[in-house]
Design a protein around this ligand. Structure first.
Ligand code: AMP
Length: 444
């Protein structure tokens, strides 16, 4: 199938051509006609499938087909609202809106926390057709009376599963109360559990259903490898792999914020330029690190799961799990940063004995064994015994036993996925006070 067969307006096709896309990806081939028809949509698609263009292109087409709506003061009203779980994803989606909409007379804006309100208020005053936002800051604007969503015609919930994982369900419900009941709603999610289905029931009206990637299936184009090593050998092993492999663009994952900082510092001491991004860094620092990494100026970016959510870099050649995630679905999300839209990529996991429990859970989820090897000089020490892993308030035990105040299963006692939930990737919220804005602290 060709993009020209989908019924999109010429200015959009021109922008798509300029991106060098020849054919729509499977999600685009299905989602674009469905959204153009005007109905609701529930789509199962992971990052890397081309889902952003899947909703952005038909959304632009539909908005461009009508004149802008204006409020009583003659200002352009928001007609499309796209909600995303993280700031990084919001920025990337809005960038896509601008790229694909560059030949259309439509305006867009991105809105997230961690930066000043005033520039956003000023931008809103000028009038916006398409708003891409994270839920927390959006509600802050509503409370201040600086945001009017009463003319929204299209509502997109991107990465809905991650939104729920991060504890945004109450915020989503609040946002839904601010937009008109009659609208077109699109829900995108990589996974579907009962919570997502309940949200879909509430939000969607006779939706078209599309699922492209197998649930929790890791992309076939990604070569996955496990290197077994010692707990204290990981840093030196990573430095050696980067040097010997002459890696120029590698995204490295750690479980915790301080681990990300320590690893970036170590690599810098070793003469390998690296920066860390996580929820404790200022928005400016995160954007700077991300931009330098994207442009190729920074070879190593160390990130926690939430900070890296939605990082969209074409053909990222190397993703390294410096530490395996305790939530197996995070593994799939992490390695989805490489081998995207058909490109080849390698996902390498450095695993010590403590993490074998995580590895087993991951292999169960992806329904395959990941080949294991070791690097001479960095083998796991014969006398190293597995030790429990402490993650904030929870301890994950040795030999397959999980214990502590939390659980690492998706239905853990803290209400979502065994880790404290957070807002906009800034840090977890207290499980006992899910709506509290004053409980942002914690390990990630
Ligand atoms: P997404 O799943 O939306 O995060 O997109 C993943 C990547 O695929 C992005 O880097 C897009 O630029 C790229 N992409 C999207 N659509 C296409 C297409 N039709 N052909 C080739 N690459 C695409």
């Amino acid at each position: 199938m060709n993009f020209t067969d989908l019924g999109l307006a010429e200015p959009i096709l021109r922008a798509v051509r300029e991106q060098g896309y020849e054919n729509p990806t499977p999600i685009q081939a299905q989602a674009i006609p469905a959204v153009l028809k005007g109905g609701d949509l529930m789509a199962g698609a992971q990052t890397g499938t081309g889902k952003t263009a899947g909703f952005t292109l038909p959304l632009l087409h539909r908005l461009a087909a009508h004149k802008p709506l204006r409020d009583s003061r003659g200002r352009v009203s928001i007609r499309a609202l796209i909600l995303t779980p993280t700031r990084e994803l919001a920025a990337q989606v809005e960038e896509s809106v601008r790229i694909y909409g560059k030949y259309l007379p439509l305006s867009s804006m991105v809105m997230f926390g961690g930066v000043g309100m005033q520039p956003q208020i000023d931008r809103l005053r000028k009038g916006v057709d398409i708003l891409v936002a994270t839920p927390g800051r959006l509600l802050d604007h509503h409370q201040q009376g600086t945001l009017d969503l009463s003319n929204v015609q299209v509502f997109v919930l991107d990465e809905a599963d991650r939104m729920l994982d991060m504890g945004f369900i109450h915020d989503i419900k609040k946002v839904l109360a601010l937009v008109p009941v009659k609208k077109q709603s699109l829900l995108f999610s990589a996974t579907f559990n009962d919570d997502i289905k309940a949200l879909a029931d509430r939000l969607l009206n006779q939706p078209a259903l599309i699922e492209v990637a197998r649930r929790n299936a890791a992309a076939e184009t990604i070569a996955q490898r496990v290197v077994m090593t010692g707990r204290e050998r990981k840093k030196a092993l990573l430095a050696q792999l980067i040097r010997e492999g002459d890696w120029h663009q590698v995204l490295v994952f750690t479980r915790m914020k301080h681990g990300a900082n320590r690893l970036a510092e170590y690599l810098c001491q070793e003469g390998i330029e690296a920066m860390a991004i996580h929820g404790n860094k200022s928005q400016g620092a995160r954007t700077k690190a991300l931009n330098e990494f994207k442009s190729g100026a920074l070879p190593v970016l160390v990130a926690t799961d939430i900070a890296a959510r939605g990082i969209d870099i074409d053909q990222l050649p190397h993703v390294v799990n410096f530490e395996l995630p305790n939530v197996p679905e995070d593994y799939v999300h992490r390695i989805g940063r490489t081998g995207r839209a058909g490109a080849q990529g390698e996902a390498l996991s450095l695993v010590c004995r403590d993490e074998e429990i995580f590895l087993r859970d991951i292999e169960k989820l992806i329904k395959r064994e990941i080949p294991r090897d070791s690097v001479p000089g960095f083998e796991p020490p014969a006398d190293e015994k597995a030790e429990p892993i402490v993650l904030g308030r929870m301890t994950i035990g040795v030999g397959g036993i999980r214990r502590g105040s939390g659980s690492s299963s998706r239905n853990g006692s803290n209400g979502s996925n065994g880790r404290p939930a957070s807002r906009d990737g800034r840090g977890p919220r207290s499980a006992s006070a899910p709506g509290s804005r004053n409980s942002r602290s914690g390990p990630r």
